[in-house]
Structures are given as structure tokens and as C-alpha cells.
Design a binder for this molecule. Structure first.
Ligand code: SF4
Length: 379
């Protein structure tokens, strides 16, 4: 496969693995005293397991799976509100497919659909816009989800709806940002993190400088990485090299895709449409300051929270997690998925209890699919 096979070349991978062994040995990393490298993005978690990098890598390098899967960090209260919106008779509720099975307290969107709610899977917010044009007598709500990668497409659809003066289109906005949860993790005295693999797709939009604080204020190296196996191996090597040389800077391994200053057109659309919420709740991590976006007042008529009187504006909420779910502990690296008592028993991809088992980018789903973990669960 042209443009992909070059990045899956076994001889290149072997060379990178040998260089990783050299650097890991140089800094004295061992299985008992490993270097902890967090891959922030769920796409990287998926690649690590898909290509078996966790098994190939030096035993002194431990991957900590970060909170970069937007479906996994969506709190129950927001799923409940999505279901509440979907159950309104006038609403066509539109969503990306992987949000359909995220469990809420009462039910998931898929269960709401099975019970008669008009929930439709779309591939883009523009599909939701088209539904609004074709159904002027219904209210079309788009479930705006995701990190900086997807915020621009939702913003552009709101701008388009405003240009067309559509009155039956709105967005239930749950867009979140990457730098703030990283800061929260670095401020957690329990966390032991020696370096980061930075997200590739998010950085394509925001560039590399929003991560400067990680190196400057916390003294940790971060390397923005691609998603192929040699991308990830090279990025681990770059992190280890920084540690060995006593440096901490932001480096860009994924320069073939990620511009240093991001995408100005996307950033302008995001700035026009959204503003920061004072804080936003994350499943398993709690409230994190300034980590969520809401729709600016000038686009208020496209904000489903305003239109239907739900969400933060409706008052404070208590957000208990599912009993027995250890997603928070997995997401902060305190335990591996297989240590969760529900793993493979009360929680499988077919019947997920926690969100980390729902999305293919979730750490538990990756362990289940690629980690030989079914056997572990069956023991
Ligand atoms: S196995 Fe299921 S319940 Fe346990 S941490 Fe993973 S997703 Fe959460």
C-alpha cells in the first residue's frame, strides 16, 4: 500500500527497536523501574496494540494510555441529556456511530433508538444540516463531540446554517480540548509521567505550540507522532533521547502532516463559533477547568442547550459513574484494563459497561481486541 507500507517496513522497525534498547539502557530503564510514556490519543493506543508495539518494545518502557478518546471521556450526564433530547418527538437526533453505544444512566442512544426515538447515524455534521433542510417541520440536533480535530467541522456547519438562516438545526456541543487534561494529569501528585506522545490529528489543527507548557513548566519531553508503527517507534526513541540528554522540548515527528502553527482556516472558524466553558466534566477525571467549548452568544439559536433548556445552564448536576467501572483508574494509568474486575466479565465490546470498551480507540477495547486479553479475562 503506497504511502503506508513505507511506515510499516520491518527492517526500519527493527533498527528503531535496537536504537530504543540503546537509549533505554543508557538511562537505566528496567521492567522494575520503567520510563512511563503517555500516549495521549486513543488512535495511538489502538496502533500500539494493533501492531504489538507494547510487546516488542524494551521492557523498561511502559505505555500509559491517556484520555484522548472523546467518546471514552464523555460523562454520563451528557449521555443522559443526549438521550433526553433524542426522546423528544419533534427531534431528529444525529450522531457519529461510536457514540451510539456509550452507556448513560438509563440507556444509551442505541437503546433509545430501539425504543422508538429518531436517532440517526451521520458521518459529518453536514449530513445533519442536509437533514434539517429536508425536514423543515422537525428539529435536527447534531451531537457535537470530539477534540480539536472535529471542532472545526462542527463550527463550519454552524456558520453554514447561519448563512442559510436555518431555524431547525442546532448542536449539542460537547467539544473538548487536549492541553487542559494534560495539565490536570501533570498536576496530579499520583501520576508518574516521564514523557508524552502527542496527538497527531489534534495537532494538525492546533499546531505544536499549545504543548510548550509541558516542556517549559513541567520539564517533560513531548513528541507529536503519526499513527504508523515506525512513527510511534521513532517518537518513543525521540522521547528517550531527550531524557538521556537531559532535554525537554516539543518535537514534531509527524511533520509530514502537522504544521507548526496548525491550520489557520480551522482555527479562525473555531474562534468565531466557540468560547471556553469555565469547566467541563470528564468521565473518570472529574471537572477540568477551561477544558470544554460552548457556542458563542452570536450563534445562540444553534445551541441545543439554549434551545431546549438542558445542560449546564439548567443547574448543577451530580455525575456518578457506573458502579464497578474502573475507567477513571485506567485513564489515569493507575491500573491496566485487565486489572478491572469487570474486564471481559461484566464488560465486553458487545455489552460495554464503561466507555473505554465502547470505542475502538478506548484502551479496554484495544486490550480486548489485540492484547490476547480475552484469555486473561477467561482465566
Ligand atoms: S473493563 Fe469496562 S468497566 Fe472496566 S475500566 Fe474498562 S471500560 Fe471501564
Amino acid at each position: 500500500m503506497k504511502y503506508a507500507s513505507e511506515f510499516r517496513d520491518p527492517s526500519l522497525a527493527r533498527g528503531l527497536l535496537a536504537a530504543i534498547v540503546d537509549q533505554a539502557d543508557k538511562i537505566g530503564a528496567t521492567k522494575a523501574k520503567p520510563v512511563h510514556i503517555m500516549e495521549i490519543c486513543g488512535g495511538h493506543t489502538h496502533s500500539i496494540f494493533r501492531y504489538g508495539l507494547d510487546k516488542l518494545i524494551h521492557p523498561g518502557v511502559e505505555f500509559i494510555h491517556g484520555p484522548g478518546c472523546p467518546v471514552c471521556v464523555l460523562p454520563m450526564a451528557r449521555v443522559d441529556e443526549a438521550v433526553q433530547l433524542a426522546e423528544r418527538p419533534e427531534v431528529i437526533f444525529t450522531t457519529f456511530g461510536d457514540a451510539m453505544r456509550v452507556p448513560g444512566h438509563r440507556k444509551s442512544l442505541l437503546q433509545a433508538k430501539a425504543a422508538g426515538a429518531d436517532v440517526r447515524m451521520v458521518y459529518s455534521p453536514l449530513d445533519a444540516l442536509e437533514l434539517a433542510r429536508r425536514n423543515p417541520g422537525r428539529e435536527v440536533v447534531f451531537f457535537g463531540l470530539g477534540f480539536e480535530t472535529t471542532t472545526p467541522s462542527t463550527a463550519l456547519s454552524i456558520q453554514q446554517a447561519a448563512r442559510e438562516e436555518l431555524t431547525n438545526f442546532s448542536v449539542f456541543c460537547n467539544h473538548i480540548t487536549v492541553p487542559e487534561p494534560i495539565k490536570a494529569l501533570l498536576d496530579d501528585p499520583f501520576m508518574v509521567l516521564d514523557g508524552f506522545i502527542g496527538p497527531g490529528h489534534v495537532s494538525m489543527v492546533i499546531g505544536v505550540h499549545p504543548y510548550d507548557f509541558i516542556a517549559r513548566d513541567y520539564g517533560k519531553p513531548i513528541v507529536v507522532a503519526g499513527f504508523e508503527p515506525t512513527d510511534l517507534l521513532q517518537s518513543v526513541l525521540m522521547v528517550l533521547t531527550q531524557i538521556a540528554e537531559g532535554r525537554a522540548v516539543v518535537e514534531n515527528q509527524y511533520a509530514r502532516v502537522v504544521p507548526e502553527h496548525g491550520n489557520p482556516v480551522s482555527l479562525a472558524a473555531v474562534e468565531d463559533v466557540y468560547e471556553r466553558r469555565p469547566s467541563f466534566e470528564w468521565r473518570g477525571l472529574g471537572e477540568i477547568d477551561a477544558s470544554g467549548l460552548r457556542i458563542r452568544a452570536r450563534y445562540r439559536s444553534f445551541d441545543a442547550e439554549e434551545k431546549f433548556g438542558i445542560g449546564y445552564g439548567a443547574g448543577p448536576r451530580d455525575v456518578p459513574e457506573v458502579e464497578g467501572c474502573a475507567c477513571g483508574a485506567v485513564m489515569t494509568g493507575r491500573i491496566k484494563p485487565t486489572a478491572c474486575p469487570q474486564f471481559g466479565r461484566g464488560c465486553t465490546p458487545e455489552m460495554p459497561l464503561g466507555a473505554l470498551m465502547v470505542s475502538s480507540e478506548g484502551a479496554c477495547a484495544a486490550y480486548w481486541q489485540y492484547g490476547g486479553a480475552r484469555g486473561v479475562a477467561a482465566e
